[in-house]
Design a protein around this ligand. Structure first.
Ligand SMILES: NC(=O)c1ccc[n+]([C@@H]2O[C@H](COP(=O)([O-])OP(=O)(O)OC[C@H]3O[C@@H](n4cnc5c(N)ncnc54)[C@H](OP(=O)(O)O)[C@@H]3O)[C@@H](O)[C@H]2O)c1
Length: 275
C-alpha cells in the first residue's frame, strides 16, 4: 500500500493497514522517527529495512510501515552519505530553496509566492535536522544509532514548480579538499542490489562542474527525477566544504522514493504478495 496522506490521517490509517497485514510505503512524516520504523533511501541505508522484523515483533503487526524521507532531507542525504562514509561529518548547515509542489495541492497561495520568497515552511527545519542523522546512521540489529553530527537547517519556499535546492556547508572529521570530495562523490553509486531495481536511475548522484548548476528547471528531471545533482563543490572559509544539491521533490523526494523502497522489498522477498 502506498500512502501519500497528510500526516494526521496517516497517523491512524497506516497502522490499520499494517495490522491488517499490509506493508505500507509512506511519504508522510507520522512514523519516520519511530525507533522501529525504517526511514529509507535505498542507495543510502538499505540495511535499515532489517528493522521491520523488530517492528512486527514489538507491535504484533503482520504487515508493517516503511517510510521515505522529507523531500528536502532526501537530496542532502544522498549528497552527504558518500562524504560521511569517506571522511566523517561533524556538522552540517543546510539552507533550502524549496519548490511550491512540495506544499501539496492547492499549495501556497499565488499572491504569497509569485515574485517572492517565504522564509518559513512549517516543521520543515526540524524534519531536516532530525531525519538526516537517522538516515545516515546505522541499524545495529536492535536499534537505530543516529549519525553523530549536528544539523542546522533553514527552509525557504521559492517560486519554482519542482525541485528542492539545498545549499550545504560541512565540517568534516578528516580534512578533505574539494577534489577529494568530488572523487568520492563521483565514485559512489550505492549498493549493487539497488542499481538493478527497475526505478533506480543509472546514477543516484550526478556531479555537475558548471559554475551555475544545478538549477531546478534544467536538472530536477535528471534520471527521470531520481538522480540527485550536486554541484558547486568548493572550500568553505569557515568549515571544510560546501556544495549545492538538487532533488526532484515529488519524484526522488516522494512517490519515486516510495516505489524504489517497494522494489527493494520485493527484490528481497519481503512484500506479502511476493512470499
Ligand atoms: N509534495 C512533496 O514534495 C512531498 C514530499 C515528501 C513527502 N510529502 C508528504 O506526502 C504526503 C502527501 O503530500 P502531498 O504534497 O501529495 O499532499 P496533498 O496534495 O495535500 O495530498 C494529500 C492527499 O491525501 C488525501 N487525503 C487526505 N485525507 C484523506 C482521508 N481521510 N482519506 C483519504 N484520502 C485523504 C487527499 O485527498 P483529497 O485530494 O481528496 O483531499 C490528497 O489526495 C504528506 O504527508 C506530505 O507531507 C510530500
Amino acid at each position: 500500500v502506498f500512502s501519500a496522506l497528510d500526516a494526521t490521517t496517516a497517523a491512524h490509517v497506516e497502522p490499520a493497514f499494517a495490522r491488517a497485514g499490509r506493508l505500507v510505503l509512506s511519504n508522510a512524516k507520522s512514523f519516520r522517527l519511530e525507533p522501529d520504523v525504517p526511514l529509507v533511501i535505498p542507495e543510502v541505508n538499505a540495511s535499515h529495512l532489517h528493522a521491520l522484523a523488530l517492528q512486527r515483533r514489538s507491535r504484533g503487526w503482520p504487515g508493517g510501515i516503511v517510510t521515505n524521507a522529507n523531500c528536502a532531507a532526501t537530496g542532502a542525504a544522498v549528497a552527504l552519505a558518500p562524504l560521511h562514509a569517506a571522511f566523517g561529518i561533524e556538522q552540517v548547515f543546510v539552507t533550502t530553496l524549496q519548490a511550491v509542489s512540495g506544499a501539496g495541492y492547492p499549495g501556497v497561495p499565488s499572491l504569497d509566492i509569485l515574485g517572492n520568497v517565504v522564509p518559513f515552511i512549517a516543521e520543515e527545519e526540524a524534519k531536516i535536522e532530525c531525519e538526516l542523522p537517522k538516515l545516515l546512521g546505522a541499524w545495529t540489529g536492535s536499534a537505530f544509532a543516529p549519525a553523530g553530527f549536528g544539523v542546522s537547517a533553514q527552509a525557504n519556499r521559492v517560486p519554482v514548480e519542482h525541485g528542492h535546492l539545498t545549499c550545504v556547508a560541512i565540517k568534516l572529521a578528516t580534512r578533505a579538499s574539494p577534489d577529494d570530495a568530488i572523487r568520492v562523490l563521483e565514485e559512489w553509486s550505492g549498493p549493487p542490489e539497488v542499481r538493478e531495481l527497475p526505478s533506480a536511475p543509472d546514477r543516484p548522484l550526478a556531479i555537475t562542474r558548471r559554475e551555475d548548476r544545478p538549477q531546478p528547471r534544467r536538472d530536477a528531471g535528471a534520471g527521470d527525477g531520481m538522480t540527485v545533482t550536486v554541484g558547486r563543490i568548493r572550500q568553505d572559509p569557515l568549515l571544510d566544504l560546501r556544495l549545492v544539491a538538487l532533488a526532484h521533490n515529488v519524484v526522488r523526494g516522494a512517490a519515486g522514493g516510495s516505489i524504489l523502497n517497494a522494489e527493494l522489498l520485493a527484490h528481497r522477498g519481503e512484500l506479502p504478495c511476493a512470499s
